[in-house]
Design a binder for this molecule. Structure first.
Ligand code: CA
Ligand code: CA
Length: 89
């Protein structure tokens, strides 16, 4: 148990090229029409999760929002869904 904790963080940063993933599904995979945004129709997870990821509440998830969500979730150490609006940030 030395520097193992660093690895997941680095791996997450390395994911930036292919996009963050939410619930194990990558942003690119969810964005089926490849317009750079994931709508509620395209989103494969629960609507509560969608709301948590959609930080500005415009009913679309951008790459930035997905990345921020993935990062916050990793740093927060939660293993489940983020509750409601994620106002902690
Ligand atoms: Ca889309
Ligand atoms: Ca949004």
């Amino acid at each position: 148990m030395r520097k193992l904790l660093i690895l997941p963080v680095l791996a997450l940063g390395a994911c930036a090229s292919t996009g963050p993933s939410i619930g194990g599904v990558s942003f690119a995979d969810m964005d089926t029409n490849a317009d750079g945004k994931v709508t509620m129709e395209e989103f494969t997870g629960k609507s509560a999760v969608f709301d948590a990821v959609d930080a500005n509440d415009d009913k679309t998830i951008t790459m930035e929002e997905a990345a921020a969500y993935a990062r916050a979730r990793r740093l927060g150490g939660g293993d489940g869904e983020v509750r409601s609006t994620g106002s902690r940030l």
